[in-house]
Ligand binder design. Structure first.
Ligand code: IPM
Ligand code: MG
Length: 354
């Protein structure tokens, strides 16, 4: 198949991890005779340095034209002056809004070989297979902001259609999985959460009567993720709760460097990115874990290009590498030898070609 894929490396370790993911995409393309056109664009701090804007017009055009976009990470100390007018993170939010990618899928499936890399006991992690669906284009991230010298506010607002469409994705995913959804809110305090909870009850009763729906308060959900992670199937929640809970959930896999994501809109076009940030502390050292980004390529192949076989092959290649004991520093178990970003990419490519 022919496809235009935008690649936005961004900042910090972003260029390092996307370079490896790009090699994987190229390998899948040439092995399957697919004409993937890979076109790079600027986003975040790199875009601010080059153009003055975190989400330049050329990048917007690329994102709107492309069948899918792969992104590394944005942000870093160089651009984090609180008084700065242009911020890297705003570029990412503008990209998500421009593409309309309201449903952010973050699968949390610890690899058995990495059980010793997680701070949780191995028996607690056994059998964990969670799909977190984070609402991505609404809520407090996008509400009106105000600031003067001594006060500030961020508005959190949601409309019924915004809530319904992301809950519907959760329902559709749940019927193909184990048929359970935990809807996470803070309905004991927040008005937006009370709307969310009633919309969830109505929508599941009407459209997904066979799905078992549970409502959980976000503070309790944070606890249950550690005390009974294997009980969860699909978790669906609003934008900021999803941001926080997925960093927490990533530790079930051993490292935030392992988690991929797919952000989908009403069509099949999507934005794919690891859930980690730009990790300025290790940027430029060639030691970042590229697995989250490579696994995001698998999600891209599956959700935007319909290439399920290729997607599964990429996931199997990553699994095989982990089974063989190869580890970047973040997932190393005491004393074992570690490899760098490029070697990890190379190892995945070798399994793909085999
Ligand atoms: C994420 C990140 C972003 C977010 C930042 C970089 C704006 O933390 O994708 O989880 O908060 O959405
Ligand atoms: Mg985050």
């Amino acid at each position: 198949m022919a496809a235009l894929i935008g690649i936005l490396p961004g900042d910090g370790i972003g260029p390092e991890v996307t370079a490896q993911a790009r090699r994987v995409l190229e390998a899948v393309g040439s092995a399957g005779g697919h004409a993937f056109e890979l076109r790079e664009g600027l986003i975040g701090g790199a875009a601010i340095d080059a153009t003055g804007k975190a989400f330049p017009e050329a990048t917007r055009q690329l994102a709107l034209q492309a069948d899918a976009v792969l992104l590394g990470a944005v942000g870093g100390p160089k651009w984090s002056d609180p008084a700065a007018r242009e911020r890297p993170e705003q570029g990412l939010l503008d990209l998500r809004a421009a593409m309309g990618v309201y449903a952010n899928l973050r699968p949390v499936r610890p690899h058995p070989a990495l059980a010793d890399a997680s701070p949780l006991k191995a028996e607690r992690i056994a059998g964990v297979d969670i799909l977190v669906i984070r609402e991505l284009t609404g809520g407090i991230y996008f509400g009106r902001k105000q600031r003067d010298a001594d006060s500030a506010s961020d508005l959190c607002s949601y409309t019924r259609p915004e809530i319904e469409r992301v809950l519907r994705v959760a329902g559709q995913m749940a019927v193909r999985r184990r048929g359970r959804v935990a809807s996470v809110d803070k309905a004991n305090v927040l008005e937006t959460s009370r709307l969310w909870r009633s919309v969830a009850s109505e929508l599941f009763a009407r459209e997904f009567p066979t799905v078992q729906l549970e409502h959980l308060l976000v503070d309790a959900a944070a606890m249950h993720l550690l005390s009974r992670p294997a009980d969860f199937d699909v978790i669906v929640t609003e934008n900021m709760f999803g941001d926080i809970l997925t960093d927490e959930a990533s530790m079930l896999t051993g490292s935030i460097g392992m988690l991929p994501s797919a952000s989908l809109n009403a069509e099949s076009r999507g934005l794919y990115e690891p859930i980690h940030g730009s990790a300025p502390d290790i940027a430029g050292q060639g030691i970042a874990n590229p697995c989250g980004t490579i696994l995001s390529v698998a999600m891209l192949l599956r959700h935007s290009l319909g290439l399920e076989t290729e997607a599964a092959r990429v996931e199997q290649a990553v699994s095989a590498v982990l089974d063989a004991g190869l580890r970047t520093r973040d997932i190393a178990a005491g004393g074992s030898q570690t490899i760098g970003t490029a070697q990890m990419g190379e190892a995945v490519l070798a399994r793909l070609r085999a």
